[in-house]
Design a protein around this ligand. Structure first.
Ligand SMILES: *Cc1c(COP(=O)(O)O)cnc(C)c1O
Length: 396
């Protein structure tokens, strides 16, 4: 008898969630641009409306194209359930507002995504929800903060933009001891490189806008985890309305079919580029968890299958040197994005952390001249040549 084996990530990226013959035997997922779904049989309509029979009623709640996207991410993350959102920030904010009530406390890290920090520091306090933001690499400090009690431990690893690594397994254990739920933003790693649910997380979130979609042409977000928790978050989104559009879901799905190919290439290229930059005389510091010199390289090796496609670095000289350097790159969009097939470059001081003051960036350990470099799928020799040319010309 042939042994039943579960497919690997590359196979899931292509096949997971694809419903056969969804429309006139099409082999590709149709974009169902329909607001509502019709029923002649009132009894059936009622059963679907009550969630006792599968089907769709209204696309703010569920939609067939969006469902396939949710299924594909769910399978890749090894979760029981998943629900899609209009953006990554919608996924994050809806998750927090579903699970938190006045008087609750969140423990997180200083290096979380800019928008997420704003939720912690600007929006949650208005509902008497306190956020304790700990030093990202100080696991003892995070454990002490968890020990003081919390409802949610919210983590992100590798972090943006300095690629710090946080020990999910260790901190999840501490959080579960005080009865907290563990939420991990897995945008930078993707399920190809890291599956937080296997490391003890309760929920995993993505900005699908980045690596999952991979083509910088659609916004989206998703939350994966156990059915009961995801069901509550789905209900909040169903009512508050941050639903994923079917066309965006289609673009994300199409992008995800090559997720494993893209991420494997980006892992390899980022490693080569990090090593090249580390040796270059015009470069001061390189931040990449794949480098042996990285503060938590061993931890990254233990918890990740690949080190990811984003790295950052500083060059010698002041911000003027950065201003001079960036336009010299031929193969990089100078833009506030990452995870695309094209290389994207930008200083956090004008992109992800533009809302912070220089002092705030300094407190977060983000040098003013830091350059974030999201490696695309171009030929790595061309990218290295491009970087070398630009670095050498400013050094002159
Ligand atoms: C971009 C990003 C988000 C926000 O996603 P949007 O789709 O832009 O709302 C959240 N977390 C991380 C790590 C990101 O890079």
């Amino acid at each position: 008898m042939v042994e039943k084996r579960s497919p690997k990530a590359g196979t899931k990226a292509v096949w997971a969630g694809e419903e056969k013959g969804m429309w006139e035997r099409s082999t590709q997922v149709p974009v169902v641009h329909s607001v509502s779904f019709g029923y002649d049989d009132l009894d059936e309509w009622l059963l679907v409306g009550q969630g006792r029979k599968s089907g769709h009623i209204y696309s703010r709640n569920t939609n067939p194209t969006v469902r396939v996207f949710e299924e594909k991410v769910r399978d890749l993350e090894g979760a029981e359930a998943a629900t899609g959102f209009a953006t990554g920030m919608a996924a994050i904010s809806n998750t927090l507002f579903t699970l938190l009530s006045p008087g609750d406390r969140v423990v997180s890290i200083k290096d979380s995504y800019g928008g997420t920090s704003k939720l912690f520091l600007e929006f949650l306090p208005r509902f008497q929800i306190e956020a304790a933001l700990c030093e990202t690499t100080d696991h003892e400090e995070i454990e002490r903060a968890i020990g003081q009690g919390c409802t949610i431990l919210y983590l992100e690893t590798p972090t943006n933009p300095t690629l710090k690594i946080v020990d999910i397994e260790r901190l999840a254990r501490a959080a579960h001891e005080v009865g907290a739920r563990v939420v991990v933003d897995n945008t930078f790693a993707t399920p190809i490189n890291q599956t937080p649910l296997d490391l003890g997380a309760d929920l995993v979130i993505h900005s699908a806008t980045k690596f999952l979609g991979g083509h910088a042409d659609a916004l989206g977000g998703v939350v994966c985890g156990p059915s009961d928790l995801v069901g509550r978050i789905y209900h909040y989104r169903e009512i508050t309305g941050a639903s994923l559009d079917p066309m965006a879901a289609y673009l994300l799905l199409r992008g995800m079919k090559t997720l494993h190919l893209r991420v494997e290439r980006q892992n390899q290229s980022a490693m080569k580029i990090a090593r090249f930059l580390q040796r270059h005389q015009a470069v001061e510091n390189v931040y990449y968890p794949g480098l042996e010199s990285h503060h938590h390289h061993d931890l990254a090796e233990r918890q990740m299958r690949g080190f990811g496609g984003v790295l950052s670095f500083t060059i010698r000289g002041d911000f003027e040197a950065v201003r001079d350097f960036l336009p010299r790159l031929s193969y990089a969009h100078r833009a506030a994005n990452l995870g695309a097939v094209e290389t994207v470059v930008g200083p956090p001081a004008v992109t992800s952390h533009v809302e912070c003051t220089p002092e705030e960036r300094k407190a977060m350990g983000i040098p003013e001249g830091l350059i974030r470099y999201s490696v695309g799928i171009e030929d790595v020799d061309d990218l290295i040549f491009d970087l070398d040319e630009a670095l050498s010309s400013i050094a002159r």
